[in-house]
Design a protein around this ligand. Structure first.
Ligand SMILES: [Zn+2]
Length: 348
């Protein structure tokens, strides 16, 4: 009899959520738990074996505990294959297993996180304190830029004020760190333009750029990526596909060409490790390894407790056997800053 792991249970939950005969509140609970399964810290089947309640798990109430318990006791004969929109995501348990089994790249810091400056819930200070507890040597504060109004994107003045705050915090933290990097997650237009002044951007330690619009197009978007990568105003292409678990498939492109272009221009492509994103995923990381393009890993944390999401990304890199010298987070901070300064083409 097959044993159902959390990924299989997540798929069964999402499928059940699609059943139009169920009442709305059930479908919503099923859909949420289907996503939540990817964050459960232990296999649900192990909880049952230990005689513990499934309600210990995120987003599982008594009704869902009964539903899931029945699946575990009597698994379906044939497990459904997840559709593309739910494929290529690691569960928390799988990520931990990878990190325990394989020699994982030693990352020194986290290169994507948000604060109350844009759509995060905590201060720069609180994020840095949580990062220190995780042993990070550096963190990049990458709040959204002004073009993304829905996420309370910041303009040059707000980011300059945050820069003063970061400088003061770095002075106060001193050598025990972590070193807080002044950074931003720029909104990149479908034409490849960024939404902050280039002269301002040159004063930041690190610049992420990401697409946040027209993410549901289904035709090939290679030219959009190449146009963005021609723009010298950002260093890291964040959450490249723009996919969201069970919500949005993300863009498609000739990824070999995109990665090769990014490599030639010495940019990094990101593993956004947020569990619902995991963008790039394992399949594209295998291709990225072949092309040799630099990889950046960020938790995309919006709260201190989410900084541990970085593990999903480190596990994905480990599983794809990305060598440490291809991962920008494996650089000491001075080398990272030098790369971010020097890799950009000179302006005429
Ligand atoms: Zn983003």
């Amino acid at each position: 009899m097959p044993r159902l792991d959390n990924a299989a249970l997540g798929e069964l939950l999402c499928l059940a959520a699609d059943d139009p005969d169920r009442p709305y509140h059930q479908r919503r609970a099923l859909r949420r738990a289907g996503r939540g399964a990817y964050r459960w810290p232990v296999e649900a089947a192990d909880l049952v074996d230990e005689g513990r309640s499934l309600t210990e798990l995120r987003l599982v109430g008594p009704w869902l505990a009964r539903v899931i318990g029945e699946w575990i006791a009597d698994p379906p004969v044939q497990m459904p294959v997840p559709p593309a929109i739910r494929r290529g995501f690691l569960t928390a348990v799988e990520a931990r297993r990878v990190l325990e089994a394989a020699p994982a790249p030693r990352v020194h810091g986290d290169l994507q996180m948000h604060t109350e400056g844009s759509d995060g819930s905590a201060s720069v200070r609180a994020m840095a304190a949580a990062a220190r507890a995780l042993g990070h040597a550096y963190v990049a504060i990458t709040d959204h830029s002004k073009g993304l109004a829905i996420a309370h994107g910041m303009d040059e003045r707000a980011l300059a004020r945050q820069g003063d705050e970061i400088a003061a915090l770095n002075d106060a933290l001193g050598p025990r760190g972590p070193r807080i990097l002044r950074a931003v997650e720029l909104n990149v237009s479908p034409q490849g333009a960024v939404d902050l002044e280039p002269s301002f951007l040159r004063g930041l330690d690190l610049r992420l750029g990401a697409f946040h619009s027209r993410l549901r197009l289904t035709d090939d978007q290679t030219e959009r990526y190449l146009a963005a990568l021609r723009n010298p105003d950002f260093d890291i292409l964040a959450h490249p596909r723009g996919r969201i678990f069970n919500f949005r498939l993300g863009l498609s492109a000739d990824w070999g060409r995109v990665f090769e272009y990014a490599r030639a221009h010495d940019r990094a492509v990101e593993i956004d490790a947020y569990p619902d994103r995991q963008d790039l995923d394992g399949e594209l990381l295998a291709l990225a390894r072949e092309t040799g393009v630099r990889i950046s890993i960020g938790s995309d944390a919006h709260a201190p407790g989410q900084l541990t999401f970085l593990d999903y990304g480190v596990a994905a890199a480990a599983r794809a056997r990305i060598p440490a010298d291809q991962i920008v987070n494996c650089m000491p901070v001075d080398d990272l800053l030098a790369w971010a300064r020097e890799h950009r083409p000179r302006r005429p």
